[in-house]
Design a protein around this ligand. Structure first.
Ligand code: GTP
Ligand code: MG
Length: 230
């Protein structure tokens, strides 16, 4: 008997035994719990979502590697060059702009005094019947804060998701504090995998910063490959 027939038979047996127990009213929820892992969940497409700069680079790499699934990047300000197959959503968060006496403007990044207001277009992405892999630099204001908000939302919605996050280099003091706080808030979700950017630098010896960042992006892929979804 093939797998599909096997599933059909066991589904029928469960139905029969529930009906004979007079538990027909319980059917929808019981069946959902019973079959979700074997049937529905595993068939759902995987959606890779990059949050912030580091996460978006990771999604670009995952797409280049030819993984099957859906791809979305959420970021603000910095635009990276992405394939049209990757859905890009600009979070349009206010920027911290410094203007010199001479009137020269410098974009210092997102305004960290204002909380992220995640737009409806983003929540729509997570309404889809997909399994989600969230990728981000947890020390980033964009990556860290949106990873937290979105993970808690997915958890409440009982969606299947993994979080893979990088932890800042030891010299990125304020980012370390932010990342640690976020990990504390998310660790009870259970499906969080992190790696330290310092360990990447140490693994490959002395290297230029840009090279270390490139290796760090590859580390997201290595960790994804170690999950049960790969
Ligand atoms: N893997 C990887 N890490 C990066 C990259 N750029 C920065 N980082 C590291 O990732 C962490 C978060 O940085 P970003 O992703 O740029 O931050 P962000 O989420 O965009 O947040 P803000 O720019 O602060 O809003 C930092 O600790 C950086 O050292 C990248 O392209 N790839
Ligand atoms: Mg950024």
């Amino acid at each position: 008997m093939n797998n599909a027939q096997n599933k059909k038979t066991s589904r029928r047996q469960v139905l029969k035994s529930l009906i004979s127990l007079g538990a027909a009213a319980l059917l929808p929820s019981v069946l959902k719990a019973h079959f979700s892992e074997q049937s529905t969940e595993k068939k759902r497409p995987i959606h890779f979502v990059g949050l912030g700069g580091a996460g978006s680079e990771a999604v670009r790499l995952f797409h280049n590697k030819g993984l099957q699934g859906f791809f979305t990047c959420l970021n603000t300000g910095e635009k990276i060059d992405l394939s049209p197959e990757i859905n890009f959503i600009d979070l349009e968060h206010p920027r911290d702009i410094f203007i010199t006496k001479e009137g020269k403007r410098y974009d210092l990044g997102p305004d960290t005094t204002k909380e992220y207001l995640i737009p409806q277009t983003v929540w729509k992405v997570f309404e889809q019947p997909h399994r989600f892999v969230l990728l981000s630099g947890l020390g980033g204001y964009t990556g860290g804060t949106t990873t937290k908000e979105i993970s808690l939302h997915l958890y409440r919605q009982q969606k299947d998701f993994y979080i893979i996050g990088s932890l800042p280099f030891s010299f990125e003091k304020s980012r370390i504090v932010r990342a640690q706080k976020i990990i504390q808030e998310l660790k009870h979700l259970g499906n969080v995998t992190t790696f330290e950017l310092n360990s990447i630098a140490a693994m490959y010896g002395n290297m230029r910063m840009s090279k270390a960042i490139e290796k760090a992006t590859e580390q997201f892929y290595t960790l994804y490959q170690a999950t049960s979804w790969a």
